[in-house]
Design a protein around this ligand. Sequence first.
Ligand SMILES: C[S@@+](CC[C@H](N)C(=O)[O-])C[C@H]1O[C@@H](n2cnc3c(N)ncnc32)[C@H](O)[C@@H]1O
Length: 316
Amino acid sequence: MSIKLGSLVVGLATYVPGLRSLTARKTGGTVSARYCYSVWLRHLSMLHGCALPTKFETTVELGPGDSLGIGLAAILSGTERYLAVDVIRYADSSLNLQIFEELIALFRAHAPIPDDAEFPLVQPSLPSYAFPSDVLTSARLDAALNPNRLELIRAFITNPATTARADAPLCYLAPWEPGVIRDATVDLVLSQSVLEYPHDLAGIYAEMYRWLKRGGVMSHEIDFKSIGITTDWNGHWSCSDAVWRLAAGRRRHRLNREPHSTHIALIEKMGCRIVCDERIIRPSGIKRAQLAPRFRHLTDEDLITGSALIQAVKLA
Ligand SMILES: C[S@@+](CC[C@H](N)C(=O)[O-])C[C@H]1O[C@@H](n2cnc3c(N)ncnc32)[C@H](O)[C@@H]1O
């Protein structure tokens, strides 16, 4: 069995009343302004590299985690309205304000994008980590960093709108439900290390599709690895549902175990054109014969795809 003993113990412990709430009390990455700056500029640079739009009136982020820093970086790049949508309200105003000030300093300094040496686990990787001055021109940054605008954003960080108000530059919808955002009102939906969790993936993609305007863009970085629960990075595809239920337990965030091809199929089925599909290839840790019955359909590509950045445009 490829489940790690420690993971199994944690999984089983989540069935003990009271212990479940000890899992996923924090999410990690977005506690750091440099992480948020890096992730946002990586998505933006990849959009630019694929000749997709880089200016967005309204941006939605799915699953921001511990802070709204990735969206605040989007605001400091000119996004007029940012809506953060999460299943748990992790972020608080004091960390958001601190990260906002650190981000302002990074943008004012045209700081290079923190690279793989600083964040070796963050994807996507870029060919260049220089500040993207061709996208974030001085004129664009001057407008985005206007002191009056920053003062208004600070007020909304202190008191974010909790419904999707059209007049609010910052809305934090957590926990969220389908229908919280009006159809065809969004220019960009992005997520970083989120879409490996929702179990109703078809429902989530349908929802994001509805939010987008025609020509709107999705940008999702998705991790397909077992996040350390199994000894092999893709050992989760060899576990029967019964074994996986024990190992994953009642953790607050349980992987959906869906491979790359599921995401591609759902995005295309909805009527989006995939423009960028940047896969990170890793040698498979398991043989095809070891796949659990419900994963026998995985393609050879799925078996070696550890993560991917998928960017797509809504056609109609
Ligand atoms: C691994 S954390 C990533 C946080 C952040 N994006 C980052 O880069 O550090 C996963 C996040 O996805 C959120 N999440 C999981 N399922 C979700 C769903 N169905 N809708 C919105 N957010 C979800 C979790 O609450 C958590 O904030």
